[in-house]
Design a protein around this ligand. Sequence first.
Ligand SMILES: *[C@@H]1O[C@H](CO)[C@@H](O)[C@H](O)[C@H]1NC(C)=O
Ligand SMILES: *[C@@H]1O[C@H](CO)[C@@H](O)[C@H](O)[C@H]1NC(C)=O
Ligand SMILES: *[C@@H]1O[C@H](CO)[C@@H](O)[C@H](O)[C@H]1NC(C)=O
Length: 212
Amino acid sequence: MIPCINWLQPFLALISSTLLTRGHICPSSCLCPDHHTVNCTNRGLTRVPDPIPLGVRRLLLSNNWIPWIPSDFLVLYSDLVYLDLRNNSLSQLEPGTLSTSSRLVFLDLGNNNLTEISSGTFGESRSLIKLRLGNNPYLNMVGRDAFTGLTSLRELELERNGLTALDVMVLESLPSLRMLRLDGNPWLCNCHFSKLFVWLTENRHKLPKGKT
Ligand SMILES: *[C@@H]1O[C@H](CO)[C@@H](O)[C@H](O)[C@H]1NC(C)=O
Ligand SMILES: *[C@@H]1O[C@H](CO)[C@@H](O)[C@H](O)[C@H]1NC(C)=O
Ligand SMILES: *[C@@H]1O[C@H](CO)[C@@H](O)[C@H](O)[C@H]1NC(C)=O
């Protein structure tokens, strides 16, 4: 046994040094202030940079021109806790892209060009606490089961989108919701809206003061 361990020693040393250096990769043109943060804010990026260290927990990609996220993105970066994609050019989320994110707590998709949040987009993202989807001016469709599985979600932003209607089931499926923004949407006042209105009246305390 002992000679065998001696023989293995250099290999173990090699493996651990490879693992350590892996943490130091930083995509060119980004900043990596610590081992878990990659900051590519405002770099004129037209796609998700490469390579990103696999252990990244905070990924800041706001103020770029990124039009899509690869569908295996969160499978690859499974330690991500904080993902900021605010102010990019995302127009659609491929089904399943965000459904595997078991650790994600904060997700910002505000100021993009999303048109639809389809059912099952977020799958079982049970850790997600804050989801920002505001300022997507063409976003006019939120699937009835778009947010089912988001059992921890406390804050949801859907302000200044193109919503003319919203199925009240979408909101009823969020047991932890504490803060909701729906202001600045072009609501159509029909019978669907009246159900939403009843829900909003009963859940007034979840809306920011003076904003509906
Ligand atoms: C990210 O980098 C930008 C500069 O490009 C800086 O202004 C910002 O404070 C950084 N954010 C964090 C969280 O490090
Ligand atoms: C969005 O990002 C662009 C750069 O890609 C920047 O010029 C612009 O000021 C940003 N807008 C907002 C609202 O932050
Ligand atoms: C945003 O989407 C709309 C409608 O789908 C399209 O007409 C527009 O060109 C898009 N804008 C950008 C900046 O991608």
